[in-house]
Each structure stands twice: as structure tokens, then as C-alpha cells.
Design a protein. Structure first.
Length: 208
């Protein structure tokens, strides 16, 4: 990215959409001026320009909830930026994983989602749990115990899948496969590996 390619508005600002690089959840919308954009590029941490305080601010400087930049992209008009990050905690000042947690259309009924939508929902929820670490959450417990505990659970669930399959028990098998998939998603989050990269491998193998 070259800063010279970015079209700042009349106030010298450009909107920056911050997105979790793994879950693809939109975390916040902020603004950058030329200086904060350059600092973001140089430090690989998000820096923004506060329109209310009229000063630069480093996300997480006070709270510790910094955002490591994985990639930065600009749109076809070069007047907006998407910042893909690895968040080190909640993005919202209220302590929420994302600033976009309230729905305008909360009472609107949604049609049947894509058959794989639950994978995306789980990936986002797991990312939210890692950021907020709510007390009493099983996912929080897994992240607190660390990779060895997560791997142990994956080993246990894989064994249960094998037993269910050997027993020719489809009811048991679907539950055990669901557990295995969930714990695998937790592991991917812990390892900072987006599921998109796993899907890309499958796609590449399919082409062969």
C-alpha cells in the first residue's frame, strides 16, 4: 500500500473498517489521517484520528486491547480502508468484542441461513469469547488452560468419533463429530489460523 494512493476527504481523513482477520467479524469503524495511517503501517498496530478530540490515538494504549495488523486494503476508489487485525481483547470501549453488537432489525425474522452458516457463526463466537473471556464460559476455560488442554479435548473427541462409527450409531456419531468440529475451531483460533486457509487447501486439492 502506498499512502499516496489513498484519497483523504476535505478534512484529511479516510474511514477505516477494522475486521478480525480470522472470523471476518467487523469490529469497529474509525478514521485515519495521513499520520495515523503511516504509524499503523510502521508499527503494525492500529492508530486512528479522533474527530472529537482532534488528536491521534493508539488503540489499546490505555486498555491493553491492542490490534495487531495482519493486512490493510483499500477499495476501488481508494477512499476507504479495511484493516484486518488480530485483536488482543475487545474492540469496543464497552468491553464487547465488536462495536457492532446491536441490531436495528432485531425483530426481523431471518430466513433459513446457508447450510454452513453455523461454522461462520461459531468462528465469530469463539473469537468473541477469546476477546472478552466471559466468566463461566466453557470456551473461556479452554483458552485459559491453553493449547495442551485444547489438544487433549480434540484427541478425546476424535476417539469418541471412532467409537461411534465402529458402533454404527449415527445419533451418537453426529454429536461426537459436532464436538470434534467445535474443538478444532477453538484450536484454529488459538493458533491464529483462519479456517479460510484450511478451506483453501481443500480447494487446491480438489483442483488436482
Amino acid at each position: 500500500m502506498s499512502i499516496e494512493q489513498i484519497k483523504f476527504d476535505e478534512k484529511g481523513l479516510v474511514p477505516a473498517i477494522v475486521q478480525d482477520a480470522q472470523s471476518k467479524e467487523v469490529l469497529t469503524l474509525a478514521y485515519m489521517n495521513k499520520e495515523s495511517l503511516q504509524k499503523s503501517i510502521d508499527t503494525r498496530n492500529t492508530w486512528f484520528y479522533s474527530r472529537s478530540r482532534q488528536e491521534l490515538w493508539h488503540k489499546g494504549a490505555t486498555s491493553g486491547n491492542t490490534q495487531d495488523i495482519i493486512d490493510m486494503r483499500y477499495d476501488c476508489d481508494a477512499d476507504a480502508i479495511v484493516v484486518l487485525v488480530d485483536p488482543k481483547g475487545p474492540a469496543c470501549h464497552k468491553g464487547d468484542y465488536s462495536c457492532f453488537s446491536d441490531s436495528i432489525l432485531a425483530e426481523t425474522k431471518v430466513g433459513k441461513p446457508d447450510r454452513f452458516a453455523i461454522i461462520n457463526e461459531l468462528e465469530s463466537l469463539i473469537a468473541e469469547r477469546e476477546a472478552e473471556m466471559p466468566e463461566g464460559s466453557y470456551t473461556t476455560y479452554l483458552f485459559e488452560k491453553g493449547v495442551d488442554k485444547i489438544l487433549k479435548k480434540i484427541g478425546e473427541e476424535a476417539g469418541e468419533v471412532i467409537i461411534a462409527a465402529k458402533n454404527r450409531d449415527p445419533e451418537e456419531l453426529k454429536w461426537e463429530v459436532a464436538d470434534l468440529l467445535f474443538h478444532t475451531l477453538v484450536l484454529l483460533r488459538e493458533q491464529k489460523l483462519p479456517i479460510d486457509e484450511v478451506l483453501a487447501v481443500l480447494e487446491e486439492r480438489h483442483k488436482k
